[in-house]
Design a protein around this ligand. Structure first.
Ligand code: GLC
Length: 571
């Protein structure tokens, strides 16, 4: 949707293609690059600006590709290098950007550098590229410190040395299959420079950076003050393992590389970081003009369905991130989180029974809200279909390493990763030519109600809502304005204006309310009577006069001007 003077990434809507579940092009039951390429016209029709491709690199797949054994090649499971080139060419011909996933915090135990390190022995140069340390205790039988891994269990695993005796320990902040790189070793930084150049030379438009608050650890690797809290939270909490000041040097270095490519051919590249930090102001530090272009704003994703919580989180992002000149990158779904339809189906009262229709209504409303906000947005595949989470996968099919590490199926992420339903009335719903039992995760029969084919044929479907919203987002000039103005509204409604001519209002309550402006909306997530906003719905209006100037609406109050000021953050 970017206008020519604005770099595309500042307000792009990107679509996350979770490769193994998007579309299977070779009939083995796992989505792949050929399938993704076949799906590109679909994305162009939907109206997104581009796609983020989850990892396609050689990997033993212990964490579904986030355990990388070679950063500059393609796993045969997904295709070959030529398939990336073809996908890039086709995407660019359709006007779609493509960003790849890069995983710099850790690799796979099958990465040649790690295997070399294990063989090379204590004190070797090869071990310096990772965090190897002697254990405590008489025989080194205790881990070097008390750190806990993100997916549960200790963050250290002891290896067997070449002589067969138990030896040193290595650090892994995720599974034991994912050793953390030691970024204090300059060779590691050099290696990743080469990785970026390798893919930039092939034409990618940027990178999504996995665990961008990781990389550096406290140099002394001291004990964490609260290992139980570190393990409990899914976000980066251990203050000694995450968010170290040195990581900013890396983002400056990567930004310089991207800027060099942009200067040479005029094509803007983006770096979008997975930056889960305690506050929006902390996140803004990753978005200084010489660091990352973007970072996912997870605060909105973690917000329960509550008007004041949404207002507060949006306001904080505008105040602490947008006001520095960096765009906010909104996100409601991804491959690590329960889908919105299911998440929002729970009532506000603890213990209230989940209600699927209410969840669907709220997810549609949240989508309109997100797409009306200034900045960029990332959609997760299936979101545009209003796909609910699959919450009843049989335990024996679960593949998420979190389930293995914690023994708690409810904490797993398989339910949002079930292959997409494209067409037809039974599994595999056009996802694959293979028989349904070969799909890497089984699709439930009720996916028949959510196929692309079916929803595209239904003008009131979620798919049409997303497509209409994306089209309007592009064509309505007030939506190119970088700021927003809060409008006065009852406590259960969030309402704001943009560019003086556009109004978005969301009703978070279970009852119809009076709309903040008169007239028929240009788009609404549920049918709207004139002057009304249905329960759990959102609407967009174009207004000739500033809101509340028509004389019939509730009286106007002072609005809050949050227009972007480009003041920057300094060092
Ligand atoms: C990121 C990814 C997640 C992965 C983890 C470890 O959070 O989004 O899927 O498991 O990093 O690489």
């Amino acid at each position: 949707m970017a206008t020519p003077s604005v770099p595309w990434w500042r307000d792009a809507v990107m679509y996350q293609v979770y490769l193994r579940s998007f579309r299977d092009g070779n009939g083995d039951g796992v989505g792949d690059l050929r399938g993704a390429r076949a799906g590109l016209p679909y994305l162009a029709t939907l109206g997104v600006d581009g796609l983020w491709l989850s990892p396609c690199f050689p990997s033993p797949q212990h964490d579904h590709g986030y355990d990388v054994a070679d950063y500059c090649a393609v796993d045969p499971l997904f295709g070959e290098l030529d398939d990336v080139d073809r996908l890039l060419a086709d995407a660019h011909a359709l006007g779609l950007k493509v960003i790849l996933d890069v995983v710099p915090n850790h690799c796979s135990t099958e990465h040649p550098r790690f295997r070399e390190a294990v063989l090379a022995g204590p004190g070797s140069v090869a071990r310096e590229r990772f965090h190897f340390a002697d254990g405590h205790g008489a025989d080194g039988e205790l881990p070097p410190n008390n750190w806990r891994a993100m997916f549960g269990g200790p963050a250290w695993t002891r290896i067997q040395e070449a002589d067969g005796r138990p030896g040193q320990w290595y650090l892994h902040m995720f599974t034991p299959h994912q050793p953390d790189w030691n970024w204090r070793n300059p060779e590691v930084a050099n290696h990743f420079d080469d990785v970026l150049r390798f893919w930039l030379d092939r034409g990618v438009d940027g990178f999504r950076i996995d665990v961008a608050v990781g990389l550096f650890k406290h140099p002394a690797l001291p004990d964490s003050p609260d290992p139980a809290a570190d393990e409990e939270a899914r976000d980066a909490v251990n203050p000694l393992a995450w968010n170290q000041p040195e990581v900013h040097q890396v983002w400056r270095r990567w930004r310089a590389i991207c800027d060099m490519y942009t200067a040479s051919d005029g094509r803007e590249r983006t770096l979008v970081g997975e930056v889960a930090v305690p506050t929006p102001a902390d996140q803004a530090r990753y978005l200084r003009p010489d660091e990352l272009h973007q970072a996912f704003y997870f605060d909105l994703l973690h917000t329960p369905w509550d008007a004041s919580a949404f207002r507060q989180r949006i306001g904080a992002a505008m105040r602490d991130i947008a006001s520095t000149g960096a765009p906010v990158t909104w996100v409601l779904n991804n491959h690590d989180q329960q889908r919105t339809v299911t998440r929002y189906s729970r009532g506000a009262v603890l213990g209230e029974k989940p209600d699927a229709d209410r969840g669907t209504a709220r997810a549609r409303a949240a989508a309109l809200l997100m797409l009306a906000l200034p900045g960029s947005a990332y959609l997760y595949q299936g979101e545009e279909l209003g796909l609910p989470e699959v919450t009843d996968l049989p335990p024996e099919v679960l593949t998420d390493p979190i389930v293995t590490a914690t023994g708690e199926p409810d904490r797993g992420r398989d339910g949002c990763r079930v292959p997409l339903p494209w067409s037809g009335t039974q599994a595999p719903f056009g996802f694959s030519d293979a028989p349904p039992e070969r799909s890497w995760l089984p699709q439930p029969g009720w996916f028949a109600r959510y196929t692309v084919q079916r929803l595209r044929g239904d003008g009131g479907s979620c798919w049409h809502l997303y497509r209409d919203a994306l089209q309007l987002r592009r064509s309505l000039s007030p939506l190119h304005d970088p700021g927003l103005h809060w409008l006065p509204s009852p406590p259960e409604v969030v309402a704001f204006a943009r560019g003086g001519k556009f109004v978005c209002a969301v009703n978070f309550s279970d009852a119809q309310v009076t709309a903040p402006v008169c007239g028929k909306p240009v788009l609404s997530s549920l049918p709207c009577d004139d002057g009304k906003l249905a329960a759990n719905s959102a609407a967009w209006w174009l207004v000739d006069n500033p809101p509340h100037a028509c004389g019939q609406c509730p009286p106007s109050h002072e609005t809050v001007d949050l227009t972007v000021t480009w003041k920057g953050l300094g060092d």
